[in-house]
Design a protein around this ligand. Sequence first.
Ligand SMILES: [Cu+2]
Length: 131
Amino acid sequence: MRFRVRLPLLVALLLTAGCGGDDEKKGPRGPVRTVPAGQPLRVVGKEYSFTPARVSTGGSEPIRVELENRGTLAHNLKVLQDGRELGGTPTFTQGTRGGSVQLAPGKYRVVCTVGNHEQLGMVGELEVTGR
Ligand SMILES: [Cu+2]
């Protein structure tokens, strides 16, 4: 009897938790920098952040990303979709390095894959809009 009463409540709680988690994955916050199509996406990286953390651009040609490393450690900037690495910059310690990534319109996750930098905050969001 007790089981029958409590089961619907448990199901409701699980559903609620699931919805919240999907909507807002622990992603970066802050304003979105919009970059005109064809222009490189310039991002500054340091311990442990990307600036801007959220970028939006148009077009579907290869997208050029440039990371300026202003930190003291080695960093990189990789573009991921569903956990798969699509491209980005090499890992380097100083100056600016770039890379080109072919991206269809959509939302992508940006991370530094060095050590545990992603967990420490080197995450970003890249949105490619249609033309
Ligand atoms: Cu890093």
